[in-house]
Design a protein around this ligand. Structure first.
Ligand code: R5P
Length: 300
């Protein structure tokens, strides 16, 4: 594959891109990124193959900067007449804005999909996108890879749990949590979470479907941003006398005081993937991403 494929290391995901390139046994193309005083990015992409380029760029905060940088790299490949332009965007920003929930709201995900396609993207790989509906705005082929098997395997091998139960903080994440619970062969419940769409205020119904008293809990979510959902869920579980609570997610954005909010609520630890490179990124995505890329490269 060496001669045909270039893996382009986007400024947000150098380490992940390097791991993917190693697993695909191909070379890594560096990208020189300068940020000007006014916040603009100026990118210089190294020499790439013409046949297939894989751009790796997660769009965690600063979200708009990382998204624009992804667009810039795609456009560069298109201008260089690269035949197949693929992007690996493990954390897909704006996926939570997939519908207009209130009058006047912009469906930003539809715009993001249009921008990526217009720039020249042929295929997108993402990981645990917030809502599969967000993918409906793409007309190109899109793969949404589940990180649940690798997160579950990490949990089974590294955390000692007493009569564990998997809990989804809301009904929207039920299937994800159910997949996790199936792999670990343990019970699962979903909490009932309510969010006031005007104020953003969260509340969780403490009348649970199962008694969690004394049981260790694995809270499974797609992402942690402000930490509010996980903190409120943990408080509700502790009020119901649960044992230890661990938070597991694909994308730990951990904005502002999220980490301290979560720890103050009683969460033992946060385990996430390296879609966002930070202290909680304990699970490497490069193997599952490379396996999917290998299949795509040889099929299309
Ligand atoms: C919501 O539906 C999502 O699955 C997450 O629970 C939520 O986006 C996390 O955000 P925060 O950490 O700000 O509560």
């Amino acid at each position: 594959m060496k001669e045909e494929v270039s893996v382009i290391a986007g400024p947000s995901s150098f380490d992940l891109a390097a791991r993917i390139a190693r697993k695909l046994d191909t070379h890594l193309v560096p990208v020189d990124a300068r940020i000007f005083e006014d916040g603009e990015s100026k990118l210089r992409v190294g020499k790439t193959e013409k046949k297939c380029c894989i751009i790796v760029q997660s769009t965690y905060p600063p979200t708009d900067r990382h998204l624009l940088q992804a667009l810039m790299m795609i456009k560069k490949c298109a201008d260089s007449k690269v035949e197949k332009i693929y992007a690996v965007i493990p954390y897909m920003a704006y996926a939570r804005q997939d519908k207009a929930f209130l009058d006047g709201e912009v469906v930003s995900m539809a715009l993001v999909a249009r921008l990526l396609e217009t720039a020249g993207l042929a295929r997108l790989l993402t990981v645990d996108i917030h809502s599969p509906f967000a993918l409906s705005y793409f007309t190109i082929d899109v793969e949404n890879i589940s990180s649940i098997p690798v997160l579950a395997s990490y949990t089974a091998n590294n955390i000692c749990l007493d009569r564990p139960i998997v809990v989804s903080p809301d009904s929207g994440g039920k299937e994800r949590a159910a997949e996790f619970a199936r792999i670990l062969n343990v019970d699962m419940i979903a909490l009932r979470k309510f969010r006031d769409r005007d104020t953003g205020r969260l509340s969780i119904d403490e009348r649970l479907d199962t008694n969690v008293e004394g049981r260790d809990v694995i809270l499974v979510d797609d992402m942690i941003s402000s930490g509010g959902s996980i903190a409120e869920a943990c408080k509700a579980l502790k009020n119901c006398k649960s044992g230890k609570v661990y938070a597991i997610c694909a994308h730990a954005l951990l904005i502002g005081n999220a980490m301290s909010t979560i720890k103050a609520a009683g969460v033992e630890d946060i385990i996430a993937t390296n879609s966002v490179p930070n202290k909680s990124a304990k699970v490497d995505l490069s193997a599952i991403i490379s396996a999917n890329l290998n299949r795509l490269i040889h099929t299309y």
